[in-house]
Design a protein around this ligand. Structure first.
Ligand code: BGC
Length: 351
């Protein structure tokens, strides 16, 4: 009888041990599964120059949404035009061990060391819209900036600038896009015998510097046929300053970005053109690339070229910009849903 009792006790103890062990296994398994799920969740750190210019909010919203749909969470930071702030944001992303860092740089020549640290931590880096020079970046994705300059120039030629005088009011000299746009623009001007009356830049893309320039160079400005503006925000300031001299609509003005106000000026006749850059395509493609890179995949396929940034050859995803004038406003801007008809034609009567 005692023997039977002993056997029952032993069996009970064994069952209990098995139950406890099994329970432990389950808990451990659950913890492991949770960790896996967290590891599966991709994170992207994205640092913007600033959101002063209309387009960047669109870039951000589309990128974040597209990344989310592809299974990645995006931590967006705004450097407010401060290079040091941008460096700290990148360092923060490194500390947070994000999978990929996407940067709209403020100064194309200032991030080599910070990007080196990101790479040492095994994090991939994408230069978004603006190239980062002499740095170990993994991808550059942008619009064809040379074409932006060519389109600006072409529109002036189409409007009879040949043999005339143009003033160039460019963007931030620290932005690599600026020299690309300007060099391409100047080439067409040269080919068409157009004299560059003067040139100035808006440091940090501060458009108010453009109106300061126009006010303080009245005689020179009045003697020009056109003002090439680095973007629509600059054009906005230039047109207001020209209006004070009753020159708005008389001097040809160019821009880029297809900002709503620029589209309104085009249909009103105070700006000759803008360049539409389908930001949704850029942001979408960039999100796809970021997620692919986080998963260790190579970026290849249609539209992928190679560019050298002074340090290395790297993949370059190049998208095409489109010239927008009064004539194709409806087709390019309204039909694509970039701006609505009501918004664009807000200030003029329609038949
Ligand atoms: C972009 C423009 C933008 C400008 C100011 C440039 O690098 O290409 O689209 O207007 O920066 O933010």
């Amino acid at each position: 009888m005692r023997k039977i009792k002993k056997t029952i006790v032993i069996m009970f103890m064994m069952a209990l041990t098995a139950f406890v062990l099994c329970g432990c296994d389950n808990t451990e398994m659950q913890v492991a599964q949770n960790n896996d799920a967290q590891e599966d969740k991709l994170t992207i750190g994205m640092s913007f120059d600033s959101f002063v210019i209309e387009r960047w909010q669109r870039d951000r919203d589309i990128f974040v949404q597209a990344a989310k749909e592809l299974g990645a969470e995006v931590n967006v930071q705004n450097a407010n035009g401060e290079v040091e702030e941008q460096k700290q944001q990148i360092e923060y992303f490194i500390k947070k061990k994000v999978d990929v860092i996407v940067i709209v740089c403020i100064d194309s020549d200032a991030l080599s060391d910070t990007i080196k640290s990101a790479h040492e931590a095994g994090i991939k880096v994408i230069a978004y819209d603006r190239l980062i020079n002499n740095a170990d970046i993994d991808l550059y994705i942008s619009f064809d900036n040379e074409m932006v300059g060519t389109l600006m120039a072409q529109s002036l030629v189409d409007n009879g600038i040949s043999g005339g005088r143009v003033l160039m009011v460019g963007g931030s000299p620290a932005d690599n896009n600026v020299s690309l746009v300007e060099n391409a623009f100047e080439k067409v001007m040269k080919d068409n015998n157009v004299q560059i009356a003067d040139r100035t830049h808006c440091d940090g893309w501060r458009a108010e510097l453009a109106s300061d320039y126009i006010y303080s160079h009245r005689t020179l400005v009045a003697d020009c046929d056109a003002v090439m503006c680095g973007n629509d925000n600059v054009a906005s300031q230039v047109v207001s300053a020209l209006a004070v001299q009753r020159l708005a609509g008389k001097i040809l003005v160019t821009g880029q970005d297809a900002d709503l106000e620029a589209c309104q000026r085009i249909v009103e006749g105070t700006q000759i053109m803008t360049v539409y850059k389908p930001v949704e395509k850029l942001a979408h493609r960039a999100a796809e690339c970021a997620v692919a890179m986080a998963r260790g995949q190579e970026i290849s396929g249609e539209g992928v070229g190679v560019i050298n940034n002074g340090k290395k050859d790297l993949p370059y995803v190049k998208l095409e910009p489109v010239m927008v004038t009064k004539d194709n406003m409806d087709e390019v801007i309204i039909d694509s849903g970039f701006h609505s008809e009501e918004e664009v034609y807000l200030n003029i009567k329609q038949d």
